[in-house]
Design a protein around this ligand. Sequence first.
Ligand SMILES: Cc1ncc(COP(=O)(O)O)c(C=O)c1O
Length: 371
Amino acid sequence: MSNQACSLQAPVRHLFGPGPSPVHPRVYEAMRQPIVGHLDPFFFQVNEEIRGLLNLCFGTSNDFTMVISGTGSAGMETAVVNFIEPGSKVCIFANGYFSDRLTEMATRQRAQVVRLEKPWGEVFTDAEAEQFIAREKPAAVAFVQAETSTGAYQPGHGIACAAHAHGALVIMDCVTSLGGMPVDVDAAGIDIAYSGTQKALGCPPGLAPITVSPLALDWLRQRKTTPASWYLDLKLLLDYYESAHRYHHTAPISMFYALREALEIVKEEGLEARFARHKSNHEAFVAGLASLGLQMHVAPEHRLWTLNTPRVPEGSIDLEIRKRLMAGYSIEIAGGFGPLAGKVLRIGTMGYGSSAENVNLLLKALKSALA
Ligand SMILES: Cc1ncc(COP(=O)(O)O)c(C=O)c1O
């Protein structure tokens, strides 16, 4: 065996795109810990700690909170394959790329998909939600709380209230809000919420936290048909993670260590303090963008604190701005896509990356890239 130092040297980037976001040094340290087997009591202890800490971030007291081995899309697919049955009707609130992905997944499950559309960057009012759900009477509704393709925040309360009044389960994507903004699963009445590790939690990509309400769990237990995916079947996963600890798959142990540490950091900081940090850095960034002459795409009251979408200024080309930021400062940001292609920049101020120092760095770099 070779005793040489690691031969791989990755470049150091400032990750200010829509994710992955910068990883906290303590999380890197956790990933260097020796791995144990996927049936080792230590692993299950780490997993139990994760479940408790995740409930804090989700804002829930659900018993059923767990982690899917896979990225945020695996969380999305878990929600869809377990809670949307073939032939059943699902209402999707469509105002961005990730609600389109939900549509695609539900369609592949052969659900009857109905969409309420809004321009990218806008959100739905409670009255629109109520009308849509009352008219369609679906078995489930799905929406994206933090739409990373547009920078808009859709509060869940109105949608969930209307859905429950008409007996539908509520699925919410909180990939870009978890750990950076209020997710409020219990207060809003969300039945299934899923997320990813690589955004406001300050962890690498690779796991998808998910939480399920007692109501949805009852529904799942009574479900007669078998979900089309074996890997994402929550009933099988429960057997592995809960008391039976029956082998299901080989969990990515180092990622569990990473998430456990990232969540411990959230707890130490305190959720309210963490939200306040994200909000104030977002506001400082938006003020700085305004002084550079950049306008925001989303109305102030609907903006994410984690992901900012300034419009590309007249006469500038987004790709050129991004190239200059990378060449001059090793800064990664992203452009818009779909209807927002070439029209907005997508700039993340999230997790470990949300700091006054990074806001200053970003503004200085943008000023010179736009010059
Ligand atoms: C809102 C939202 N949902 C789902 C996903 C999919 O997550 P992943 O790329 O980790 O599979 C993303 C990724 O950016 C996202 O922003």
